[in-house]
Design a binder for this molecule. Structure first.
Ligand SMILES: Cc1cc2nc3c(=O)[nH]c(=O)nc-3n(C[C@H](O)[C@H](O)[C@H](O)COP(=O)(O)OP(=O)(O)OC[C@H]3O[C@@H](n4cnc5c(N)ncnc54)[C@H](O)[C@@H]3O)c2cc1C
Length: 388
């Protein structure tokens, strides 16, 4: 029987909640901490596809996800004066088929949180430093508490502070794909869209507006390329000003959306970045999800990588019966080819979007078909081990 019991999981996103679920199911005692005051429910629809469907079925949450799924029925491409270029059924527009299902990020986290009722979860908490020794890991919290754990799992997203604390600078690389940036937020549904996504793409910029189940709200996404030199990429004022500068002459609905932007409650902005690491583990610390192998939002696979990684990390800890070194080696070994395939997909998609001219019907259709084909192969490109 494993001697590893107490595991601290940092970050209550998809990876953090999923790894807690599997650790608990496999007989460990995780404790989850999150730096925000509550679950961060922002984000647009995330697709669950490929082997991640088998995982959510094993977690017995697939039916629930399907019940709460998004219901975008129509995807429409428009030009900069709003003229329709072409329309597609929602499923094809979002590269889904068969059992694939899309759910809002916030709804997925809510479902995952319910699966870990028996896991202590503390908000408004983060850590200052950790100290690894032969017996355990000493964790120094920001509020001056000191606690001991057997293992630490960093699930704290693309800007992971655990990664910075534990790994040397030459042990990870952040790659901004094709100098692309990405912003999403909610605004009132002033266009009265119903179960529809409208997208306008030209001059290496893209704006989309979607309204789905909530008729009052619309989700906006901006995507673009830029060689901008940042004072502080994490500063929200600088991010918003940057969007205004880039999109002021875009046309279509961009100006109106930019006026509504400051009142949005869930503004999110980031570079389209991948995290590259040879090993996601060091000593008694493992990283999971975007913290370790973000494939970028453009891969459409971030949550699926997080779900698969969480399952394999917890499963290997169970299989190794306490030998975390063995488990961590297996986790790295099993997951690397899958991560690499997904990161290649993310890089390829980032090159195919944000075309220099107005996107034509032919380009959009050809791109949709190719992405759909690739994503179906790559989302299945791992054989999941059985741990029970
Ligand atoms: C608000 C938000 C909106 C997003 N929207 C989209 C989207 O629309 N489309 C898309 O493809 N991807 C989106 N993503 C990314 C997507 O969630 C991930 O690619 C994928 O689900 C893997 O998630 P993760 O759990 O590894 O990381 P994340 O989802 O980023 O979760 C990390 C969690 O860790 C917490 N955290 C961070 N630092 C600390 C710390 N020091 N201590 C404690 N907790 C910490 C964060 O608050 C967050 O809750 C979004 C992420 C966030 C946080």
């Amino acid at each position: 029987m494993s001697t590893i019991k107490k595991i601290l999981v940092i970050g209550a996103g998809i990876a953090g909640t999923a790894v807690c679920y599997w650790l608990r199911r496999f007989g460990f005692y995780p404790v989850l901490i999150e730096k925000s005051a509550c679950i961060r429910k922002g984000g647009q629809g995330l697709d669950i596809r490929g082997v991640a469907i088998d995982i959510v079925k094993k977690m017995v949450i697939y039916e629930q996800i399907c019940k709460m799924r998004t219901q975008v029925e129509c995807g429409r491409y428009v030009d900069v004066v709003g003229k329709t270029l072409h329309e597609e059924k929602g499923e094809k527009f979002a590269f889904r088929q068969d059992e694939d299902v899309e759910i809002l990020r916030g709804d997925l986290i809510e479902i995952l949180m319910k699966t870990i009722d028996d896991v202590p979860c503390h908000f408004n908490q983060s850590i200052d430093s950790i100290e690894q020794n032969d017996d355990d890991v000493i964790v120094y919290f920001k509020d001056a508490r000191v606690e001991h754990y057997d293992l630490i799992i960093g699930a704290d997203g693309i800007h992971s502070s655990i990664r910075r604390m534990v790994f040397d600078k030459d042990e990870y690389r952040l790659v901004n794909l094709a100098e692309a940036y990405f912003s999403i937020f909610s605004i009132p549904n002033y266009l009265n869209l119903s179960h529809t996504e409208v997208q306008c793409e030209t001059n290496e910029k893209l704006v989309s507006i979607t309204s789905d189940k909530d008729p009052k709200t619309a989700q906006v996404a901006f995507m673009f390329r830029s060689q901008h030199v940042w004072n502080n990429l994490r500063d929200e004022h600088e991010q918003m000003q940057f969007l205004r500068d880039i999109f002021h002459d875009f046309g279509w609905e961009a100006q109106k959306i930019l006026e509504l932007m400051p009142n949005s409650h869930d503004f999110y902005f980031d570079s389209v970045t991948q995290v590259k690491m040879r090993s996601w583990t060091k000593g008694q610390v493992a990283l999971v999800g975007d913290a370790s192998y973000s494939a970028s939002p453009l891969s459409g696979q971030g949550n699926n990588l997080a779900l698969v990684g969480a399952y394999i990390l917890a499963g290997e800890l169970k299989a190794a019966e306490g030998n975390y070194r063995l488990a961590f080696n297996r986790y790295n070994e099993l997951l690397h080819p899958f991560v690499e395939a997904n990161q290649q997909l993310g890089a390829w998609v980032s090159e195919s979007f944000l075309v220099p001219d107005a996107v034509s019907k032919e380009v959009a259709e050809e791109r949709s078909n190719r992405i759909l084909q690739k994503v179906q192969i790559i989302s299945n490109a791992i054989k999941l081990p059985e741990y029970e």
